[in-house]
Ligand binder design. Structure first.
Ligand code: ADP
Ligand code: MG
Length: 328
């Protein structure tokens, strides 16, 4: 299959009509109309085979995840998704793989009425670069630099599931985990969290005007909350005992493994945000009714850095803050 057939295959499978797409795939550039009173939120992420996903990962899962991790960035800005461009590098013109990829991408794109408006298709080692565009009123954007001393720190959903899913794929499971009656369903639920993350778009929108600072947890809670702290010139204290865990994580892993995965596992794609504690109580219910609630896990303090303590108040050592490329 040649380049233009691949592009047509992708275009056909990802077709979504939007009035603000004045000209989509097929010309030298797309022509797009930004709504009055809003600014564009733009974010790019690359997934490289063998680094971000195993070479053997199904095309559908790669397509889904490529979009999910990008939408997660829009969610963390409080933006509404609108458009995407896709730079696809493929070792060969494998039509079946590309169709599967496009279906995974389109399944999530449809949920958010996101239109694929352009891209580039090249030959080389498998790699996917996606740029997403969303809208947000400038003053409502959830930035990293807005945390204030005394804010409570929250996180949506549960932490550590994707890291646990990766261990399940690695067959890194103990005899106890294998023999537990419900273990296989639980393992599947963790693997699904790794391969088909849910971008917290509705929650990001619900946090407009409520959260102060916000980030999505992609590299690990401590690392990403650290970015909020650096940008806001503050520090944070986290109570390990408050970190939300899924039933599967809780059942299959011991306390030490859970702590490591929840603090530094990464790939969670939950939102970590700060907000004044006093008025949070009433709107946290709203957030829960958006389909995914949030849990208070700590607070913002003056002393720089992120510190974790257990329920007894003892400091918890963090072996590995989070994932970094080029780290030695
Ligand atoms: P040009 O040579 O002008 O850059 P291309 O031949 O690369 O154009 O692409 C033709 C059209 O197809 C363009 O509108 C481009 O945005 C779109 N396109 C190319 N690859 C992809 C892709 N992987 N996904 C979506 N659109 C694509
Ligand atoms: Mg081109």
């Amino acid at each position: 299959m040649a380049e233009f057939d691949l592009i047509e295959l992708i275009r056909a499978r990802c077709a979504i009509a939007r009035d603000d797409v004045r000209l989509g795939i097929g010309d030298d550039a797309a022509l797009l109309a930004v709504p009055a009173g809003q600014v564009l939120a733009v974010s790019t992420d690359t997934l490289v085979a063998g680094v971000h996903f195993a070479q053997s990962t199904k095309g559908y899962d790669v397509g889904w995840k490529a979009l999910a991790v990008n939408l997660s960035d829009l969610a963390a800005m409080g933006a509404t998704p609108a458009w995407a461009t896709l730079a696809l590098t493929l070792p060969q013109a494998d039509a079946a793989w590309v169709a599967d990829f496009a279906d995974g991408f389109a399944a999530l794109a449809r949920e958010f009425k996101l239109a694929l408006v352009g891209g580039d298709t090249t030959q080389g080692p498998l790699s996917i670069t996606l740029t997403v565009h969303g809208f947000v009123p400038e003053k409502a954007a959830l930035r990293r630099d807005a945390a204030q001393i005394g804010d409570a720190v929250f996180v949506t959903g549960t932490l550590g599931d994707a890291a646990a899913g990766l261990r399940c794929l690695d067959k890194h499971t103990t005899a106890a985990q294998r023999t537990l009656a419900t273990a296989s369903t639980m393992r599947e639920s963790l693997i699904a969290r790794l391969q088909r993350p849910t971008p917290r778009i509705a929650q990001g929108l619900a946090l407009r005007g409520r959260a102060r600072a916000c980030i999505d947890v992609s590299d690990g809670l401590v690392a990403d909350l650290g970015h909020i702290c650096t940008a806001s010139s503050v520090g944070a204290e986290i109570d390990l005992g408050l970190l939300p865990a899924s039933p599967a994580l809780f059942s299959l892993f011991d306390a030490d493994a859970r702590a490591e995965m929840q603090l530094a596992g990464g790939d969670d794609y939950e939102l970590c945000f700060t907000a004044p504690k006093a008025n949070a109580t009433y709107w946290l219910n709203d957030l829960a009714s958006s389909g995914c609630g949030a849990t208070r896990i700590g607070r913002i303090v003056a002393e720089p850095g992120v510190r974790v303590h257990d329920s007894a108040g003892n400091p918890v050592a963090i072996a590995r803050a989070g994932w970094q490329h080029f780290a030695s």
